[in-house]
Design a protein around this ligand. Sequence first.
Ligand SMILES: Cc1cc2nc3c(=O)[nH]c(=O)nc-3n(C[C@H](O)[C@H](O)[C@H](O)COP(=O)(O)OP(=O)(O)OC[C@H]3O[C@@H](n4cnc5c(N)ncnc54)[C@H](O)[C@@H]3O)c2cc1C
Length: 419
Amino acid sequence: MKIIIMGAGLLGVTTAYFLGRQGHEVIVLERQKGPALETSFANGGMITPSQAYPWNRPGIFRKLLAWMGDEDAPFLLRANAVLPLLGWGISFIRNSGMQRYLLNMQKNAKLAAYSLNILKQLRQQHDMHYDETDKGTLKIYKNDKSLQEGLQLSERFSDAGIQFKPLNGQEVLTLEPALNDVSDDIMGGIYYPDDEAGDAYEFCRLLARQAEINGVQFKYQIDVIGLECSAGGISGVESTAGRYVADAYVLAMGSYSALLAKQVNIYLPIQPVKGYSLTLELNGWQTGPTIPVIDESMHAAVVPLGCRLRVAGMAEFSGYNTDISQSRIDNMFRFVSTLYPEFAAFLDRSSALQWVGLRPYTCDGVPLLGRTPLNNLYLNTGHGHLGWTMASGSGKLVADLISQRETALDISPYQLDRF
Ligand SMILES: Cc1cc2nc3c(=O)[nH]c(=O)nc-3n(C[C@H](O)[C@H](O)[C@H](O)COP(=O)(O)OP(=O)(O)OC[C@H]3O[C@@H](n4cnc5c(N)ncnc54)[C@H](O)[C@@H]3O)c2cc1C
């Protein structure tokens, strides 16, 4: 079969790789100069089945209202984003009821756990290295109430096979001595031993190369501008380099998938949620952190990636705007310097990579995989804050579906027709 994949982020690259392995003729159309140069470029780097819950947790509506307009808030809803968010926002709130939230969390946990296994297989098979670590994730808490809530949530996840270990303040420091300077602020923590981390960009670059070895063609600097539709299916893709025709098409353009799908009257409930990251050289800091740490109170994380630290966080509803807000960047510098005061002596702000990305967020916090109402158009998008965590498994599932192979997980909970 001839297959066109639109988008070469984490989801486009993994899908292309598996389809190539399955013997198809695969062409990937990507507007950037290489793979993973948009949202998959400098994300938090965490592969965390343990954090696979949707953001629209019970109580989120009140929190969003309280944080509205506050530049320092972890979730920021800008006034000019309210109108375009209306329909999506109502579903987002509706999905924050306890029952739906738990159901959506289970769906994500299943996909994330499957995905981590596939990632491990890929790493072993191709001897790939992308500053990966398999030391788990440490989540720290500053007060008992949020620690207890975190523990309750983790209990729910243990049904999906996700291990966790509650830690008191001293045990947190034993696990991550780099937190010693802030020991007074840490009430306790939760350790998730099975999580991993790594550089998503480097992974995509390496996997794209493997896909090319299997015959996949990556065509860069080509903008997909339209879809042609006839007889209940897609008959071609219009691009800045002309028309492309295939037997099947996969939409994997992250937040932009919704805009293209709209052209063929398919509504994808996806909105962009802007996030920030800093990538900082360790500059010889020998006693730096070795485990990714999530600070629950800040909704932000610091992740060691080889000789760098990635600091990531913030969620801003501001449409497709990718401007970098200096106050948010300052917040992130403050966050890492507060968590690791010793780093101040090594931190070189001028060489920091400051970055924003748009998380493609569905209104129920679960990605969109598989079939659409058009018979040869497939989706692999909408992975929100979990695209790296879920990429390898999602790519394999969508490829297996297109190749009419048995999928390891039932794909129906992730399909568009759940809405
Ligand atoms: C700050 C931040 C931190 C994050 N941290 C984590 C984390 O720690 N762990 C985790 O699991 N996930 C994390 N994520 C989420 C993860 O990065 C995303 O879910 C993932 O990158 C989405 O991948 P994608 O392939 O769907 O989209 P993208 O990476 O955006 O890929 C889509 C591709 O489509 C291309 N494209 C778009 N429109 C067109 C067009 N018209 N024509 C041609 N090409 C087009 C784009 O150039 C892009 O390359 C984070 C995200 C952010 C922003």
